[in-house]
Design a protein around this ligand. Structure first.
Ligand SMILES: *[C@@H]1O[C@H](CO)[C@@H](O)[C@H](O)[C@H]1NC(C)=O
Ligand SMILES: *[C@@H]1O[C@H](CO)[C@@H](O)[C@H](O)[C@H]1NC(C)=O
Length: 191
């Protein structure tokens, strides 16, 4: 009984000190990494998948929510915003295994060239990554033949504290259906 009480007492102290170590009000503290399940070293993971932007057909995955501003250069579509829930697949074919979805939006943000501001959460569904997300925000010169680079600015679940970058290359795009398949290579540092 006494030991049980002591154990409870020490656990309470540990729990309390993790919250109130630095500030008697409980506003800020220095939690122990182990209690948060954080390992001491980060690891680097490389994910590769294909992102499908489907703009036409009966079930588009990306839809325009704000049109471009007509007084600006129409080839840059300045002002256009699309919201997306795009499938992420292991291979370049839409029918290949789905490993997650990209939820977010992109906005045409340059008056002088086609350059997108992209804000997306990759909601992964594969294996132990199911339920974890990777957040991307960056600039994408979508028509460029070379790889574009966008920062990984964070994540959730397995990707808490994540940082890194994505290298992005268009695999195919169909000017008629406006469907684009883009290869994503995502390098993430996470615990
Ligand atoms: C419109 O944008 C295109 C593509 O970037 C560019 O080649 C062209 O010079 C621009 N036109 C004007 C009037 O700015
Ligand atoms: C991912 O998790 C959800 C909810 O926990 C579950 O319904 C789904 O079947 C899982 N998907 C895969 C591919 O394991």
């Amino acid at each position: 009984m006494v030991t049980k009480f002591l154990i409870f007492f020490f656990l309470s102290i540990i729990a309390l000190t993790s919250v109130t170590a630095e500030d008697g009000t409980g506003f800020v503290g220095s939690p122990n990494r182990k209690f948060l399940g954080l390992k001491t070293k980060e690891k680097l993971s490389h994910f590769r998948f294909y992102w499908h932007d489907i703009l036409t057909g009966s079930n588009p995955s990306a839809i325009q929510i704000i049109p471009s501003v007509p007084k600006y250069n129409t080839t840059t579509s300045f002002g256009l915003v699309r919201i997306l829930d795009n499938p992420l697949t292991l291979g370049p074919e839409l029918s290949s295994k789905q490993v997650g979805r990209a939820e977010g939006l992109y906005a045409s943000a340059s008056r002088s060239e086609l350059s997108l501001l992209m804000v997306m959460n990759f909601a992964l569904t594969e294996g132990k990554y199911n339920g974890s997300t990777i957040t991307i925000m960056g600039r994408n010169r979508a028509l460029s033949k070379v790889s574009r680079e966008m920062p990984v600015i964070g994540g959730s679940g397995i990707f808490r504290f994540a940082r890194g970058y994505a290298l992005v290359k268009t695999h195919s795009s169909d000017p008629k259906t406006m469907q684009a398949t883009v290869e994503y290579n995502v390098y993430v540092l996470h615990y």
